[in-house]
Design a protein around this ligand. Sequence first.
Ligand SMILES: Cc1cc2nc3c(=O)[nH]c(=O)nc-3n(C[C@H](O)[C@H](O)[C@H](O)COP(=O)(O)OP(=O)(O)OC[C@H]3O[C@@H](n4cnc5c(N)ncnc54)[C@H](O)[C@@H]3O)c2cc1C
Length: 561
Amino acid sequence: MISQPRSGGFARIENHLARFPIPLVMSLTAEILSTIPGNPLAGLDHADRLWQQLREGVAPPPQVLYKSSQTAAIPADSAVGMAVDVVVLGGTLGIVLATALAQGGARVALVERGRLQGRDQDWNISRSELAVLVDRGLLTADELASAIGSEFNPVRIAFAGGPDRWVRDVLNLGVSPARLIAILRAKFLAAGGLLLENTQFETLTIHPDRAIVQARAIKIATPGAGGAGGGAAFGDWIAQDEPIVLTARLVLDAMGHQSPIVRQTRGTTRPDGVCLVVGTCASGYPHNDTADLIATTTGIDNQRQYFWEAFPAGTSRTTYLFCYGDAHPSRPSLREVFDDYFQLLPAYQGLESLAGLTFQRALFGVFPAFRNSPLQPPVDRLLFIGDSSGLQSPLSFGGFGALLRHLDRLLTGIETALKTDQLNLSALAALLPYQPNLSVTWLFQQAMRVGVNQQLPPDRINRLLDAVFGEMAAAGDQVLRPFLQDVVQFPALSLTLARVAIAHPLLVAQLIPQLGLPSLVGWMRHYLALGLYHMGDRWAWQTDEPQRSAWRYGSGNDWHG
Ligand SMILES: Cc1cc2nc3c(=O)[nH]c(=O)nc-3n(C[C@H](O)[C@H](O)[C@H](O)COP(=O)(O)OP(=O)(O)OC[C@H]3O[C@@H](n4cnc5c(N)ncnc54)[C@H](O)[C@@H]3O)c2cc1C
């Protein structure tokens, strides 16, 4: 029977509610986030819409990358038609490369959709990883010290039901992206860099002799707001909607996970893994002197295993809740994870309620990860940098740390490519080679998540992680520390596997059906490749660059504490 439409006021309200459901009781997430300056609730809903599109696979890949067999010509109607050596697209991590290249004498333009200003939330990192910024002359020791917003020790690793384990001097610094980027911005301008803020990248066309970038000024900004350090930021004095054309020898795509060039290159391929992260920075915690690198307080529930991270940020405290999964439509929205976060936070931090906390910032993100990483450039004259490259670990998603780890070799490679004019696809692809030490981490991510139809005992992941971290800690610093810094090395991994297999044979046997034979067989290839790369690095089978650094970085032997 087809029901008849009801008439009158009630029917109209029902129809309206069916189309635009409004929660009658405001959720705790909405209540708290609406008190935080900057309207993070709107940002959360925007991120959730993108995440929903990703889960449903409904957004077609954009068309922004073109190839032409003709030599390059600048269209006559452009506001700026400038020739440079390198265009960097995206300024968060892009400014690091842009500044170093400009200081080395290259003509560099940086195109940033918003303001080049970083964000409030600190990046966690270990001190040894920051040294490259000073060694490469990007920062003085004093400037580096001024960018470090917080330092904390010790750092805890703890899984529900197991003991607490503590490490010192690992990921125990908080670098302020805002301060770091302000310093680099001034240096970039001082080195003659061309900064186009409020300028959105639109298309990239690769010609045999040049790359042409088309962009558009998207906001009229105050003239003269060039920023610290003098120099000129171009986006300030270009009229809104003005087309901008830049020709370059090389383009670095540093537009992050959502880069339109990456989305076109990856096409309709769905991410193999996703990490959902939510959190806040708040004051009012009674205890704020230690940090958690990774901790759990609950087991598997609703096909999710939640993990916590926490650290002091000045007098405030940052806490994150995250879980791994895939892009299946049934996976939770960020809002749902946030609801769980606020519900679980008091027990995690030993609070009676949330009443004593003052929330200053809300943080959230969806990190997609692809097995096909790092992403090789699909055309000449293009290289992916930062999150767009997929060079970061699918476990930590620490893109800042990953860039610093590879910064020296990337800069050397890019400078050599520019100097020798080797800007074709194969020369540039050699700068983002296969990395077995990245590929092996896929299985770890898989072991830390629950499939949508998988039935696992609630304590399975906690017990596994407690056993693995226990064995790594017992094996010593040389095994545990590189792993915590996202570096997997063949001897350390082999020793850990052997120790876990001997001490916990039942857990290992249970893992085989959990992960599935095809995944394990695929993983064996990467594990064996890791061994091969380790030997290649140790015995220097081939001594020419970039093969030498492929051995070194692919085996994790670049790690130096
Ligand atoms: C909550 C949270 C905590 C984190 N903690 C850490 C941590 O502790 N340690 C760590 O190493 N990493 C951490 N990360 C990850 C780190 O923030 C990223 O790896 C890093 O920001 C990646 O920088 P990116 O420049 O590659 O990409 P993004 O940060 O995504 O920046 C891309 C830039 O490109 C610009 N852009 C995008 N599209 C266009 C366009 N069409 N035209 C022009 N410009 C464009 C954007 O405006 C943006 O400035 C964290 C991330 C989150 C969300």
